[in-house]
Design a protein around this ligand. Structure first.
Ligand SMILES: [Zn+2]
Ligand SMILES: [Zn+2]
Length: 108
């Protein structure tokens, strides 16, 4: 790859934002910088995912007290009915011990 401004062969360059090919004469390569920024975004998302997966279920955001362990956050699982004359089935999955409780009726 060559510099868009002066045509010099690009060299790998390390920056605080990541590594990319850069002109030794300091000309910026707009397209390359854009790519490396989207890469950085992907890394950030991965870090976030690691943070929340510390044993507790990140989807357990609903107020529901687990009858087994007393944990007060649960994941709502909705199982859509196959036929229109049936109600959807809702289950609460405990965010801590994974106990699943079926709920009667609809959840608001
Ligand atoms: Zn250049
Ligand atoms: Zn529980």
């Amino acid at each position: 790859m060559f510099c868009k401004t002066c045509g010099t062969l690009l060299q790998p360059k390390s920056t605080p934002y990541g590594k990319w090919m850069a002109c030794p004469n300091g000309h910026t390569q707009p397209e390359i910088q854009k790519e490396s920024q989207s890469l950085k975004f992907q890394n950030l998302n991965q870090e976030k995912r690691v943070e929340v997966s510390d044993g507790k279920n990140p989807l357990a955001v609903h107020e529901h007290k687990c009858p087994r362990c007393g944990f007060d956050k649960a994941e709502l699982i909705e199982i859509s009915a196959n036929y229109s004359d049936e109600d959807n089935i809702y289950r609460m999955k405990c965010g801590k011990c994974k106990h699943v409780e079926q709920l009667e009726g609809k959840v608001k």
